[in-house]
Design a protein around this ligand. Structure first.
Ligand code: KG4
Ligand code: ZN
Length: 353
């Protein structure tokens, strides 16, 4: 039996197919991934320097059925036994496109629907590469919308041990890139420019060093804007700014993760979210694991940035923990175990709610 997973929380339309039977029979979640499709809208939003929510939602309306059709080219629709969809957090209009599509699909096919918290998706992504994870796990989730350190003491339990007070780490990359005149999305452009810069030239602060439960990145953006000269700087100036700013962001991320490692003594570390595509962060995160002799799982890029496989994985783990979710389900005017038709998108959706 196959699970169809849908992700439309921001500017990536994503669809995945997972072979549930193999996974429920004791297989490895990574092996259960049959198809992993992502259609990025980056080009559409580039002229605006950021995601335009209304345009993103409209684009999902066009892209989502096309991706599902592509997924169904390889299998029969009758083989799909369940559907998973991101319920939040994210842009409300975008989430509603995925959610309404999933509800209609579930109703038409008489299959159960599993609404998934997008952050939960990022948290389970390590299970796609590592079948057996020793808990407690400490996860660093860094994206355009979130900067979280999450402790998972046992299956089904999670505690947010650090959060950002203002901008998310990805947002800091994007805003500083925009100050330097780099194209959207700024994160990859800023880190590419940083490769040729001197990270020691500017001493940008890693804020709130004394507070292990808070990140803050808005001051860094201000510090960068103050460092920019009014006249044209020499050729390497922007590269040095990019390298120094990237260094300050990564320093803050790694030092708070290290604080949490000392405090909570996790048995596994994991990294997720779009910023986890950053080469230097990946290296330093792995290095932290080596220093503390803790396995550090850094999934491949496609499962760090927004994707539907992680949404399917979160639903698959729910089902594996409680297989009756599938077998007990019958159509009673709802969409599956306790899921009503009135289920709606949650633009703010804290973990554990
Ligand atoms: O998780 P994600 O794909 O979408 C959400 O925000 O949920 O993360 C996107 C963020 C953007 O802020 C983007 O600039 C950042 O991840 N990003 C990077 C890199 N690649 C993507 N930031 C730094 N270095 C990168 N290589
Ligand atoms: Zn995300």
């Amino acid at each position: 039996m196959k699970l169809l997973a849908i992700e439309t929380s921001c500017d990536e339309t994503a669809v995945a197919l997972l072979e549930l039977t193999r996974f429920l029979d004791g297989g490895f979640l990574g092996e259960a991934v049959l198809l992993d499709l992502v259609s990025s809208q980056a080009k559409l939003h580039e002229p605006y320097g950021g995601v335009v929510p209304e345009l993103a939602a409209r684009e999902h309306i066009v892209n989502l059925p096309a991706l599902v059709r592509e997924a169904l080219a390889s299998i029969s629709v009758a083989d799909i036994g369940a559907i998973a969809v991101t319920q939040g957090p994210g842009l409300k209009g975008c989430l509603l496109v995925g959610l309404c599509f999933a509800k209609a699909f579930a109703f038409a096919r008489r299959i159960p629907l599993f609404p998934v918290n997008h952050l939960q998706g990022h948290l389970v992504a390590p299970y796609l590469v590592e079948p057996k994870i020793e808990l407690p796990m400490l996860a660093l989730i860094v994206s355009g919308g979130h900067t979280l350190l999450v402790l998972i003491p046992q299956v089904g339990d999670c505690q947010v041990v650090a959060n950002t007070r203002d901008d998310a780490a990805g947002e800091a990359f994007d805003k500083i890139a925009s100050l330097l005149g780099l194209p959207y999305p700024g994160g990859p452009a800023l880190s590419a420019l940083a490769d040729s810069g001197n990270a020691k030239r500017f001493d940008f602060p890693a804020a709130l060093a004394a507070d292990p439960s808070s990140f803050s990145f808005s001051g860094l953006k201000t510090a960068v804007s103050r460092a920019l000269p009014s006249s044209s700087p020499e050729a390497t100036f922007h590269a040095d700014i990019a390298a120094s700013a990237q260094d300050a962001i990564i320093r803050a991320l790694i030092s708070k993760t290290e604080d949490a490692v000392r405090r909570y003594r996790p048995k596994t570390l994991s990294l997720g979210g779009g910023v986890a595509a950053n080469r230097l962060l990946r290296e330093q995160f792995r290095h932290l694991g080596v220093r503390y002799r803790i396995p550090a799982i850094v999934p491949p890029h496609r499962w760090c940035t927004d994707n539907a496989t992680m949404i399917g994985a979160a639903a698959a783990l729910q089902i594996r923990g409680c297989p009756e979710l599938l077998s007990n389900w019958q159509l009673r005017g709802d969409l599956g175990p306790g899921v009503p038709f009135s289920l709606t998108a949650e633009s703010r959706f804290p973990l554990g709610t």
